[in-house]
Design a protein around this ligand. Structure first.
Ligand code: 8YV
Length: 322
């Protein structure tokens, strides 16, 4: 039987590309560029499986007209770039890569928390610019994480891992909002208080960290009013999806000092980062590094292929979406 024909849309870790090339009739995207809508439409028509990343949009209309694809193996846990309902309606399965990127994404949340609270980005820019003229008692004075309150919005795997790091490593108090109750065993060893609303978390926390999917009703969830609840002593951290925050409202709040600072790994229209944000000192900006370690990216690639292997062997998907 011919091997299934699969498309991997971006460059993957070498060991995962080698596995794909061994087990499938695999096309690897040699120029590592995002696919545009026409290319993605053609891919769905030409391949048995397509393995996209966050840079490849798959809106509903791409699934019209009985495409050839059987499965979309998303390289990533977040899948708001895929219209999963439309894929399912077209009979196409979707999988993702949960769990393997939890630690690394939580690490980046902590990186941003430390960098913004301790003004590390400003300090680094100062040294690189040759503008550091020696230690002074009042230079780049930040604030401690220890003893402060971290507010998690979205207490899933990554939210919990972030809370653990903050509490066990830095002695932070933890409050959180999650739509549904979080099973007690998942919170074992963590002293965390569930608050009744996102507003309550924004009000109670010194540092609010977002860990929920983008798109749908979460889009624009952190708006001007919630930023005002975080307040002039508070910080916002986003390692989830850029659209969860109203970027214009955030920029205005940072400019006016209505919140103290922000640490962002994700943006509404990546790779575009608004000029106004780039020129502010009270924000740390990272280029979507959440899962960017060799170990995690390899684990993600293998997980995509595990799902494809199961699908083409007629077995249930280990990580189905929708
Ligand atoms: C990935 C992410 O690198 O998995 C996710 O949802 O946000 C990132 O860590 C990216 O999505 C790859 O597609």
């Amino acid at each position: 039987m011919a091997k299934p024909k699969i498309l991997i849309t971006r460059g993957w870790p070498a060991e995962c590309e080698a596995r794909a090339a061994r087990d499938y009739d695999a096309t690897l995207n040699a120029d590592d560029a995002p696919l545009d809508t026409d290319q993605m439409r053609a891919a769905l028509a030409d391949y048995d499986a397509v393995c996209p990343t966050v840079t490849d949009a798959l809106p509903a209309d791409l699934f019209e007209g009985s495409p050839r694809a059987w499965i979309i193996g998303n390289f990533g846990v977040g899948y708001n770039h895929i219209d999963v309902a439309a894929a399912k309606a077209a009979g196409i399965a979707v999988s993702n890569t949960p769990g393997v990127l939890t630690d690394c994404t939580a690490d980046i949340a902590l990186t941003l928390m430390l960098m913004i609270a301790r003004r590390a980005g400003e300090g680094e820019r100062m040294v690189r610019a040759g503008a550091w003229h020696g230690w002074t008692p009042t230079q780049l004075i930040g604030t401690k994480l220890s003893g402060k309150t971290l507010g998690i919005v979205g207490m899933g795997r990554i939210g919990i891992a972030t809370a653990r790091r903050a509490q066990h490593g830095f002695g932070m108090k933890v409050v959180y909002y999650n739509r549904s109750e979080v099973a007690a065993e998942r919170l074992q060893g963590l002293d965390a208080t569930r608050l009744p609303s996102i507003d309550a978390v924004c009000e109670a926390a010194d540092m609010v960290s977002l860990h929920l999917p983008g798109g749908g009703e979460n889009s624009g969830m952190i708006d001007a009013a919630r930023l005002d609840l975080i307040g002039p002593e508070g910080f916002l951290i986003n390692t989830a999806r850029g659209d969860v925050v109203d970027e214009a409202a955030l920029t205005a709040a940072l400019e006016a000092g209505r919140i103290r600072g922000a640490g962002l790994d994700v943006f509404a229209k990546e790779p575009h980062v608004p000029d106004a944000l780039r020129h502010l000192d009270n924000v740390v900006l990272l280029p979507h590094l959440g899962s960017a370690t060799a170990e995690t990216r390899a684990a993600m690639g293998h997980m995509v292929l595990d799902n494809l292997d199961a699908f083409f062997a007629g077995k249930p998907l280990p990580n189905p979406v929708g």
